[in-house]
Each structure stands twice: as structure tokens, then as C-alpha cells.
Design a protein around this ligand. Structure first.
Ligand code: ACM
Length: 546
């Protein structure tokens, strides 16, 4: 009970007494909670070889059962979890999501063995200490962004990541699907986006300044069926998916597949291929009607694949759009003159406003990186504040919704230790403790503006993460600290009890071990030192970029 992560709002109980799950324990899933019932059977059932059979009709309220139910009087994602020595476990949530988060807590109460996919030994501990928990999240947006463009993560890895988010009570998966280095989502009306745009001939090994190359082609994409499966899997876990199609910058993969999307009066876009290095790319979309129609077609398919109830927000990127080609392009300049725009920032804003209106008409909300503030923020737009807090503060004070994800705090591609063993030493050093002391709401914000902070997300850019083990290493254990920041109502950063969190992490590392996560251990050999030659080998990296 005292090692839960993220920490619940209130716990009481008696660790010395317990309810014991056994073969006769039944599971009653009330209306709306059926998928959580299935999830419990699939996880606890597998870990302990327990049937958790449905209770016979009319048996609700009887002894030796796990009972799930919704009580709308509770906060929507809040829950109450009670464990009684005779009656068993009762989880009541303000919504189906609340019940699911309560079920996640139940798994933690059962110990690290509850996180295994198969029973480790007969008679594994099935005790649940007598407990009364009341809990609810601080923020409604508790997210992780995963970049599958720089390095592709096959579908099974994405499903596994969704399970890991759920285990940390995170509820938003921001899916960065397109970039200069690869287009990862099948679009039926534009097949070359994946036929050509999903593959690059070679990959830089290391960060921007590296001279090292992996000369094997890299690529992959999700079919529309894959996407549907990912979206359904996320929905069962009460995770909203925010698909990102990054425009008008970060578009070289699309331009290489359809050269007419680029600024053809400035560069020979037919000679472009999917970009094989990292950094900020000058090849941006041309501001033509053809480009608008092309991407409306893309977004039409995206809206079909990501339904409004689980994907109310659609991310259009908008970051790091270099304006040089627009400055040089007579066609772009003519477009600006025709629209009466003062400068290229306003041209970018015109792009974003177009899709803001387009998405709003279809019942969705646009979200973009904080550069979409430049040249004027589109009316309904929300902002992912990544270059620090300033963009988010400006947007929130202007009445726009904001997701805080400042690179100085929660970019998990940045190294987590200053020592020489880090596999690719990029970015700021941001330790587990630094992430634990991240505060999504700057104290300077007015109360009204603070109400526009929807929450926060950690971002994972994968330039230097060539496989799942490297992603694991960068994301964990820091995601556990992040999860507590966005779920639990922690005091101000300086007053947070990091020592207490670190003590609870001892149990959490055992949970991550059971889940097979290649996290950065607090001490001792790093994953590739334990298993040399297998995973994410460290190589001589270039000097840190920040
Ligand atoms: C970003 O890191 N370019 C959003």
C-alpha cells in the first residue's frame, strides 16, 4: 500500500491483514466496466493462473469477489478501492476510466508478480492488504509522445508501450507519425506516402554531428488495420490517441513521395529522397491549393481512423518550419501578396488556420507545437508548449488550452546522467529527480490561465533510439516520476519528497523487471553491460548538442 506509483490521494488500511485471491474468487463487472473485467482476467489471471470467473447471476455483493462498478457521483477518472478480508475487492469509479485506474492500483497491491505474463511459480503470493483508497488525477491530459518517424516502432512495440502507459495511469498517447525521415501511416488515396515515403536508404548512427552511418535501409509503416488495432487497444485502456501529421515543415518524406508538394520553383523536389540525417530541414510544403487539398485528403482518412470520441484532438505539428524557401519562392511570395499577408510567419499561420477551421467544421480540435503562435494563433487551437513554458503561458493567458512539455524538463531523449556510460549523450542532463520536480503549471500564471493547462506530456524523439530497448532505457524509470507529477497532487517542486518516491521506486523496479522493461537501473550495470552485444550498444557519440 505504501509503494504505489503514482501515489494515491488517500490511503488507509492494515498491511498486516489481507484478502487472499484464490481459484474460487469471482469477478463481477458492472455496466460499462466489462473491458476492465477482461483486462483483469488477462493480467491477474495470467500472472497467478486464476480463473476469476464471472460471478453467478445475482451473486453481486457476496463474498470472495472482485466487484467493479461505475458511480457517476465520483470524479470522472477518480475511483475508490476497498479491500475487505471476507467480501473481497470493490472498485468504484466515476466512469469506466476511473474503474480501470483502480484496477491498475489493484495490480500494484498484489506485488511485482502481478506484472508477469505467466505464473512464475505455483502458489505465488496472492494477498491483498486490507485497504481503503480514494484517488483521482490532478490533470486530465497525462501523456507521452512517441516519435515513430525517426525510428519505426513495429505495431507490437506500440501496443506494449500502451500497456506501459496504462500501468502508470497515463491517458494520452501522442503518436508522431510523419517527419522528414519517414511517413508511417497508410493513406489509401496517396499510396506513395508509404510506398516511397516510409523508407530511407541509410540511417545516421549518433546525433547530428556524427559521421557514423548504418548503411541498411530503414523504414516501415502501419497499415490502416494496424492503426485501427492500435486505436482500439488504446481505447480499451482509456488512452486517447492524438495522431500527429506534421505540416508545413518536417515534410521531406511526403515531398519526396509527391514532389509537387514542395517549393518546385526553388528546388528540384523530384531529386529529394527521404531524409537520412537529423536536424531542421529546409524542404517545407509549398503554400498552394494543391497542398491544401492533398492534406485535406490525408486528414479525411486520419479522422476515419481516429474517431472523435477517443481522438478529439488532431495534432498538425507546425514546429521548426524554416521559411527560407518561401522567402525565395516567387509562387509563395505571390500567394502571400494575394492573401495580404505581411510576412512568412503569417503564411505559416494561414496554413494552420486553414486546418483549424477544417478540423473544427468536422468536430475536432487542432493542437500544434508552440511555433503556431508565430504569425497569430488560430482561433480554436491548443498548444503543445515545448520550447519552454513561454509559449504555453502566452497561449493560456490568451485563453487557449495548453499541454506543457518543455524540452528543458520532459524531453526523455535527453540523457538522464552526466556520466560517461550514457549510450548517446544528447541534450540536457535530466535525472529521475529532475523529472520528479517538474511542475506543469508555472506559479506566475493567473488562476484563469492556469485553468487552460490541460496537463502535460513527456516527449520521446527517437533519432538516437534505434530499437525498443533504447526507447525503454530513455523512457524508464523517468516516466514513473512523470506519471506521479501529472496524477498525484504533489507540493511545490522544492518540497517534494523525492527520497520517499525513490524508496517506492524499489518496488516499482521489480514491477518493471516483471514487465521486461530495459530501464536505466539506479546503480549497477546498464542493460547492455548486463547483456553485452544484444541491445542498444553504446557507441562513441558526438559531443552533447546542448
Ligand atoms: C519539437 O521538439 N520540434 C517539437
Amino acid at each position: 500500500m505504501d509503494n504505489l506509483i503514482p501515489a494515491p490521494v488517500r490511503t488507509a488500511g492494515d498491511d498486516s491483514r489481507a484478502f487472499v485471491l484464490d481459484d474460487a474468487t469471482t469477478l463481477t463487472a458492472g455496466p460499462g466496466t466489462e473491458s476492465t473485467g477482461r483486462w483483469l482476467r488477462g493480467t491477474l489471471g495470467a500472472a497467478f493462473a486464476l480463473p476469476l470467473a464471472p460471478a453467478p447471476k445475482g451473486a453481486a455483493g457476496s463474498a470472495n469477489t472482485i466487484e467493479l462498478q461505475v458511480d457517476p457521483a465520483l470524479e470522472p477518472e477518480g475511483y475508490r478501492l476497498g479491500v475487505d478480508a471476507v467480501r473481497g475487492v470493490r472498485i468504484t469509479g466515476g466512469s469506466a476510466a476511473g474503474v480501470f485506474w483502480g484496477a491498475q492500483t489493484l495490480r500494484q497491491l498484489l506485488g511485482p508478480e502481478a506484472f508477469r505474463r505467466a505464473p512464475v511459480r505455483a502458489g505465488a503470493e496472492r494477498r491483498i492488504p486490507l485497504t481503503e483508497i480514494e484517488d483521482a488525477p490532478r490533470f486530465g491530459w497525462r501523456g507521452l509522445m512517441l516519435d515513430v518517424a525517426r525510428h519505426f516502432m513495429p505495431k507490437d512495440g506500440v501496443l506494449r508501450m500502451l500497456d506501459l502507459l496504462a500501468a502508470h495511469k497515463l491517458n494520452v498517447f501522442h503518436f508522431h507519425l510523419t517527419d522528414d525521415q519517414g511517413w508511417r501511416i497508410e493513406i489509401k488515396r496517396h499510396p506513395r506516402l508509404t510506398e516511397a515515403g516510409a523508407w530511407r536508404a541509410r540511417t545516421k548512427y549518433g546525433h547530428r554531428a556524427s559521421e557514423l552511418w548504418d548503411e541498411t535501409p530503414h523504414g516501415g509503416h502501419y497499415t490502416q488495420d494496424d492503426i485501427r488495432e492500435i486505436v482500439a487497444y488504446a481505447a480499451e485502456r482509456h488512452i486517447r490517441v492524438v495522431p500527429e501529421i506534421d505540416i508545413p515543415g518536417h515534410s521531406q518524406a511526403a515531398i519526396s513521395a509527391y514532389p509537387e508538394l514542395g517549393n518546385t520553383d526553388v528546388v528540384d523536389t523530384s531529386a529529394l529522397s527521404v531524409w537520412d540525417t537529423w536536424g531542421i530541414n529546409p524542404n517545407v510544403l509549398a503554400p498552394t491549393d494543391n497542398t491544401l487539398r492533398f492534406f485535406e485528403g490525408v486528414f479525411e482518412e486520419v479522422l476515419d481512423l481516429f474517431p472523435a470520441d477517443t481522438s478529439p484532438f488532431i495534432h498538425v505539428g507546425g514546429d521548426e518550419c524554416l521559411k527560407d524557401q518561401w522567402k525565395e519562392s516567387p509562387a509563395a511570395q505571390a500567394r502571400m501578396a494575394g492573401l495580404g499577408l505581411a510576412d512568412e510567419d503569417e503564411l505559416q499561420s494561414w496554413f494552420i488556420r486553414h486546418f483549424d477551421r477544417w478540423l473544427t467544421e468536422r468536430g475536432r480540435r487542432l493542437i500544434g507545437w508552440d511555433e503556431i503562435l508565430e504569425g497569430g494563433l488560430a482561433e480554436g487551437a491548443a498548444v503543445s508548449s515545448w520550447r519552454g513554458y513561454a509559449g504555453g503561458v502566452a497561449a493560456a493567458e490568451a485563453g487557449h488550452d495548453v499541454v506543457m512539455c518543455p524540452e528543458q524538463q520532459v524531453y526523455l531523449d535527453h540523457r538522464q546522467d552526466g556520466g560517461p556510460d550514457e549510450p548517446m549523450p544528447i541534450g540536457f542532463v535530466r535525472t529521475l529527480e529532475d523529472v520528479y520536480r517538474f511542475e506543469p503549471v508555472p506559479p506566475s500564471l493567473s488562476e484563469e490561465a492556469a485553468g487552460h493547462i490541460l496537463g502535460a506530456q513527456a516527449n520521446v524523439w527517437t533519432e538516437v533510439m534505434q530499437d525498443r530497448a533504447r526507447v525503454d532505457y530513455q523512457v524508464f524509470p523517468r516516466l514513473a516520476a512523470f506519471a506521479e507529477v501529472v496524477w498525484s497532487s504533489l507540493p511545490a517542486p522544492a518540497e517534494r519528497d523525492f527520497a520517499g518516491f525513490d524508496r517506492r521506486m524499489r518496488t516499482h523496479y521489480a514491477r518493471l523487471d516483471a514487465l521486461g522493461v530495459d530501464y536505466r537501473p539506479p546503480s549497477g550495470p546498464l542493460p547492455w553491460q548486463r547483456r553485452p552485444g544484444v541491445l542498444g550498444r553504446p557507441i562513441e557519440g558526438p559531443p552533447p548538442t546542448v
